[in-house]
Design a protein around this ligand. Structure first.
Ligand code: PLP
Length: 444
């Protein structure tokens, strides 16, 4: 009997004991191909000796020094590495994960306007279906209804507009581009409704990850969003916690949208799971307002810029760049996508196969022509997860793809180091898992 409050009290979890390359092993010696990097985390796979040595070396030197008293060489080095590679950002704030990075972003955005004397700005606008973390602020701006529901009375007021989800919402009468402009313009309508002098910023994941299954916006959408933010003087806050740090083939996902945010949050693939680290990056404009104002960002956590986490992230990022792993993300990403398309595009219950880089989603439907989802009471995501684990494959299945309640998908986010044989293995194992799952629910 475990003394841990696990995610589910009835879950019976295998015990992970070892990781090597793209594989994890449990205490029975069973091997799992980690095709989702946990939750798009393990970008270098498992057991990378260089990263482990860097962590050990930092532990030998100094594990911790509080940031109210000291800075550290390793945190400064990581910042020096990231800033010139960022989408025009000026400073970075290191935290312990994605939710903390988003909380910091929300508070910094508000403080920026307060320091400018615009204290009436209090509204955030975000998108339905997005996920920004589980702390109260991050949960409030998140748009996944199921996650928010029971905590609603405790959440700050946030306004949500439609996602950019062409597979579901593009009308047959409009072009892809026009669809993107239409949903982007919802932002302007919402700003007008609230009054632009009351709005702080707009928050979006450049690619929606866990909650929708690797949904990218259509071309032109984010450019229009940037234009609207600029026209109304509000901040664009991008959440690249899941899709950033190389996952989509560029270090920052927004590079592929040719836009610069005012604030961007990253986490997961920053430290690759070797240590818990997230980061909030901010523009020069925001920094200069704080610097010439109070000079003090009224926030902070005990483990800001933790040297061990910075050492791990610096090692991970150095390896990703030195070994040109983003080329492999692009190459193997397009191979994995094609392979999944060849296996499932004719499958009666696979409606959409999508993604960028090694960030790929597969959406299930009951009726392909009408894109009708399965009954939400069917725990298809759990069944697929169980069947995948039985087959020795980790993928990231989820329900509520469409609106937090309807829809099922699986997400693939394997390590950037995967090779062709792993793509074949993912294909074989997921074919087996999907076949067993639909046999089990009795629809084939
Ligand atoms: N933002 C996005 C887009 C995420 O996918 C996640 C986690 O899945 C978070 C924020 C929260 O990150 P964390 O779980 O590290 O707090």
């Amino acid at each position: 009997m475990s003394n841990i409050l696990h995610r589910h009290t009835q879950a019976s979890l295998p015990t992970a004991v070892r990781g090597e390359g793209v594989y994890l092993y449990d205490s029975d010696g069973k091997q799992y191909l980690d095709a989702c990097g946990g939750a798009a985390v393990s970008c270098l796979g498992h057991g990378n000796q260089e990263v482990i040595e860097a962590i050990k070396a930092q532990a030998d030197k100094m594990a911790y020094a509080h940031t109210a008293f000291f800075t550290s060489d390793v945190a400064e080095e990581l910042a020096d590495f990231l800033m010139p590679r960022s989408p025009g950002m000026s400073k970075v704030y290191f935290v312990s994960g994605g939710s903390e990075a988003m909380e910091a972003a929300l508070k910094l955005a508000r403080q920026y306007f307060v320091e400018r004397g615009e204290t009436g700005r209090r509204h955030f606008i975000a998108r339905k279906q997005s996920y920004h973390g589980n702390t109260l602020g991050a949960l409030a701006v998140g748009g996944n209804e199921w996650r928010r529901e029971q905590f609603k009375p405790m959440l700050i007021e946030t306004h949500h507009i439609s996602p950019c989800y062409a597979y579901r919402d593009q009308l047959t009468t409009e072009s892809e581009y026009n669809y993107g402009q239409r949903v982007a313009n919802e932002l302007e309508d919402k700003i007008d409704e609230l009054g632009s002098d009351t709005v702080i910023g707009f928050i979006a994941e450049p690619m929606v990850g866990a909650t929708s299954g690797a949904v990218a916006a259509v071309p032109g959408y984010f450019k229009r969003v940037r234009e609207i933010c600029d026209a109304h003087g509000i901040l664009l806050i991008l959440d690249e916690v899941m899709c950033g740090m190389g996952r989509t083939g560029t270090l920052f996902a927004c590079e592929q949208e040719s836009i610069q945010p005012d604030i961007v949050a990253v986490a997961k693939a920053l430290g690759g799971g070797y240590q818990p680290i997230g980061a909030m990056l901010l523009s020069e404009e925001i920094y200069s307002v704080i610097e010439s104002g109070s000079g003090f960002f009224q926030h902070g956590h005990t483990y800001l810029s933790h040297p061990m986490t910075c050492a791990a992230a610096l090692a991970v990022q150095t390896i990703v760049e030195r070994d040109h792993l983003l080329d492999n993300v692009v190459d193997k990403g397009s191979k994995l996508l094609s392979h999944l398309q060849s296996l499932f595009s004719e499958h009666p219950y696979v409606g959409d196969i999508r993604g960028r880089g090694l960030f790929i989603g597969l959406e299930f439907v009951q009726d392909k022509a009408n894109k009708t989802p399965f009954d939400p009471s069917l725990p298809l995501h759990k069944i697929v997860k169980q069947a995948s684990m039985a087959a020795g494959l980790m993928c990231y299945p989820m329900s509520g793809t469409i609106d937090g309640r309807l829809g099922h998908h699986i997400l693939f986010a394997p390590p950037y180091t995967i090779q062709n044989q792993h793509i074949d293995e993912i294909g074989d194992k997921i074919t087996q898992a999907i076949k067993h799952s639909f046999q089990q629910v009795g629809v084939v």
